[in-house]
Design a protein around this ligand. Sequence first.
Ligand code: ADP
Length: 452
Amino acid sequence: MKLKTKIHLFSTLLMLVILTLTNTGIYFVYEKLAYDTEYHQLKMQSEDLVASLSKVTGQNPALVLLAYLPPIGAVRVLDSTGKEIVESTTVEGMRNYQPKVEPSEKYSIDEFNKTPAMVINMPIIWTDGKVVELQMIQLLTDVKHNLRLLMLILLGVTLVAMIPITASSIGLGRIVIQPIENLIQTMSRSRQTGNYEKIDVAVEGKDEMAQMGHEFNDMMGQLECNFKKQEQFVSNASHELKTPLTVIESYARLLSRRGFDDRAVAEEAVGAILGESVRMKDMIAQMLQLARGQEHATFNFEKTNIHALVEKTLQPMRQAYTRDFILEGNEQSVAVTDPDKLRQLLFILLDNARKYSEREIKTTISETETNVSIAVTDYGNGIPKEAIPQLFDRFYRVHEDRNRKTGGTGLGLAIAKELADGLVAELKIESVVGMGTTFRIIIPKEQILTDF
Ligand code: ADP
């Protein structure tokens, strides 16, 4: 069953049940009130009758009964065995009518010729001094008529009320279902065409349906953006891997053609193959790291002495490269960070500084009230202003460095940016072409997040 039909059926049925229950209640309350009114009148009449009977002396009591006869009904006097002593009636055929009496109730409602009949019994002293029972019967013709009229009115009201209720439930179903149907159609169109289709949502819409539409469109936008990024990454990666593979292939061919006879050619070929293989291995390792970085890397934050951590990072750099790695600044600076990830980030910046400069590399630690910053400065060629916005893009390399054999992959700074984001740190660049470059990591001293 469709959701629209379910909403429609449920709300209509619910309203029908509520209306029926209310109207049934109204009907029975009215019936009870009408019976009670009739009872009071009949009782007063019977009390008057009893009073008159007590005054009767020598007169025929049947005549008194006649005077107090209900307009449509009967009056009877029954002896202790239930046998009729005297009776007066205005209704034909009532003479033999024996009503069913509820002894515990103040009045009984029975039926005579399909008309409700009210019966009350009361003990009285008869003219001969014996205790007898006075029975008054009244046919409730007016009440029956009024009740039938009431029932028709209530039925009519129920039916008339059901028209707007049904219409509103259909309207409600439409309001709720229309956006869902739009969503389903858009999703199936997206699946068929492979496009990231969006739905039309009123910009100023504030209700949940509009919210759902906006969320869906945002999600589609994000999926499209991620897909494009992924596509770009794959095409960049395959393009970047093609170059070293082509170099390896051509040197291998050269080696197989002439290398075994010419030692110089063989050495050049093996050197080139080795160099390109190492570059490919590095690139693959970095690509893997980037891919893994996307799957929620775990950061373990702890209170860290930044000076000690930078010194520990510089040590192996000094060992590996014959270059001056200078460390300056506050030795006591402490921040809450992930030391391993921060070292990894520093290695990338220090390695770049080394690759793209010839002179010493200076690392400076400074702090403010809220942050500790580490600046890695080199005195190399610097980075042109226009290249800075793309610097953190995967595979991006400044044009001259692409042509120069610095052994880079263009992935280092993309990884550095992801690490900095994970560390909730800021990564800033200051560079002057021909003078040098400073990469600055700004780490907040305190972290609210400890693991994400
Ligand atoms: P790569 O593997 O090429 O070094 P990166 O992502 O680390 O990749 O850097 C991207 C580009 O940014 C580099 O190719 C280089 O052109 C430029 N770059 C990065 N660091 C420096 C620096 N300290 N000095 C000059 N240029 C730099």
